[in-house]
Ligand binder design. Structure first.
Ligand code: ZN
Length: 240
């Protein structure tokens, strides 16, 4: 898990407690908090609308049915809200006994006077890169792909930390925002003989949990997000 620390004027102000520490739960205060909560939700919805409007299908991917920002999408959203991203040092590289490398990026995400620091890592040993059962040897894997994915993971972590509404985002929310989910690339970690990258149904080793038909990575990931299980397109239609 990433380490988070918030340093800045606002954070310092919040921590200074100049009362007894006891909350007055009188009716006035309850109403005040209810109003604040409404304002918070309205503000968060506005932020989410803006974030979704500025991105398109190519800025997202579905992993196991959950939407993740691609590097392009994370960059657009960061720019929209004036979040600046600064990498801290060089990526950390760890190598396991079989030679598979794990890359870890650390970055500082600055928003006004606050900043947070987040990490993101990906490993060449993951099914997505190495294939199921590490079918690919370390030297058959393009290191740049793993590095890029680690960097994107770091961006996702930072931006989702600053914009909490993006954290629990699901396929339905994207659909309601007008996204054509079939145009979003997707894969699932469940199985996948070619490391989840092949989008041909017959190569994916994924089967419809209802009728047993072969299902592509993309269809499987969409289905996991939408129905919580892997269904072929025909069975998805029947489930609607
Ligand atoms: Zn089916």
């Amino acid at each position: 898990m990433e380490e988070i620390e918030i340093i800045g004027k606002d954070a310092a102000d919040m921590s200074s407690n100049n009362g007894s520490g006891l909350l007055d739960s009188s009716a006035d205060n309850i109403l005040y908090f209810a109003e604040k909560a409404d304002q918070y939700i309205a503000a968060m919805n506005k932020i989410m609308d803006a974030a979704l409007k500025i991105t398109n299908e190519r800025d997202w991917c579905l992993i196991g049915g959950n939407p993740y920002l691609q590097e392009s999408g994370a960059t657009k959203i960061a720019r929209l809200f004036g979040i600046s991203v600064q990498l801290i040092g060089q990526p950390k590289i760890e190598c396991d006994t079989q030679g598979y490398k794990t890359f870890t990026y650390k970055a500082r995400f600055m928003l006004k006077e606050q900043f947070i620091e987040c990490e993101g890592s990906r490993s060449a040993s993951e099914d997505f890169f190495a294939g199921k059962g590490r079918a690919k040897k370390p030297d058959e894997i393009d290191e740049r792909d793993v590095k890029m994915a680690a960097y994107t993971n770091c961006l996702n972590n930072g931006i989702k930390r600053l914009i909490p509404g993006l954290r629990g985002l699901d396929v339905d929310t994207l659909e309601r925002a007008g996204f054509n989910i079939s145009r979003i690339s997707g894969y699932t970690f469940k199985t996948g003989s070619r490391g989840g990258k092949s989008d041909k149904a017959e190569d994916s080793e994924l089967m419809c949990e209802s009728c047993g038909k072969a299902v592509s990575q993309k269809v499987a990931s969409y289905s996991q997000g939408k129905f919580g299980k892997i269904l072929c397109m025909e069975c998805q239609a029947q489930n609607k």
